[in-house]
Design a binder for this molecule. Structure first.
Ligand code: ZN
Length: 160
């Protein structure tokens, strides 16, 4: 069985930056995704097409096929009172917020004054070249309900 759209794929992977630092990994068949449903970044999904169980490969994904380039307009100062007054805020703190389209965004605090907080809402991996070391562990047909929802169900997937 080869990986095509509407297959559920299990992979092991190690993700490193160009300095060899490990950014993320899954080595125990715990990572499962639905192929063809934009569950994963485009540069990796493209490489997985037509691969089969046991295949191993490495791929370098550029930012435009990963988490995008850094956008300087996403570094901005917002009023201090947008944050709870009783909350201590320090540079380097990370907040999770909801973006304009309901997507989950991560906001990092850069600087803070009495009146304002300078934040960066670029994805932490924006502008980073991503080096994936991948092994295909399993492939199966997606269930109808998984296709309907656009994500994987089951013990290692999405739970409702
Ligand atoms: Zn679902």
């Amino acid at each position: 069985m080869k990986i095509t759209d509407n297959h559920v794929v299990t992979l092991n992977y190690i993700l490193t930056d160009n300095d060899g630092e490990v950014i993320d990994q899954a080595q125990d068949s715990s990572f499962v995704y639905l192929h063809g449903a934009q569950n994963i970044i485009p540069g990796l999904e493209k490489e997985l097409a037509d691969k089969t169980i046991g295949d191993k490969f490495t791929v370098k994904v550029p930012p435009e096929e990963g988490y995008g380039h850094r956008d300087d307009s996403r570094v901005e100062s917002v009023p201090r009172d947008m944050f709870p007054q009783d909350q201590q805020i320090d540079p380097g703190m990370v907040f999770h917020a909801e973006g304009p389209n309901g997507e989950s965004i991560t906001v990092t605090v850069l600087e803070i004054t009495d009146e304002s907080v300078k934040i960066d809402s670029n994805h932490a991996l924006a502008g980073v070249e991503l080096n994936f070391d991948v092994e295909i562990m399993a492939i199966r047909d997606a269930e109808a309900v998984e296709l309907e929802h656009g994500h994987v169900h089951g013990p290692d997937g999405h739970h409702h």
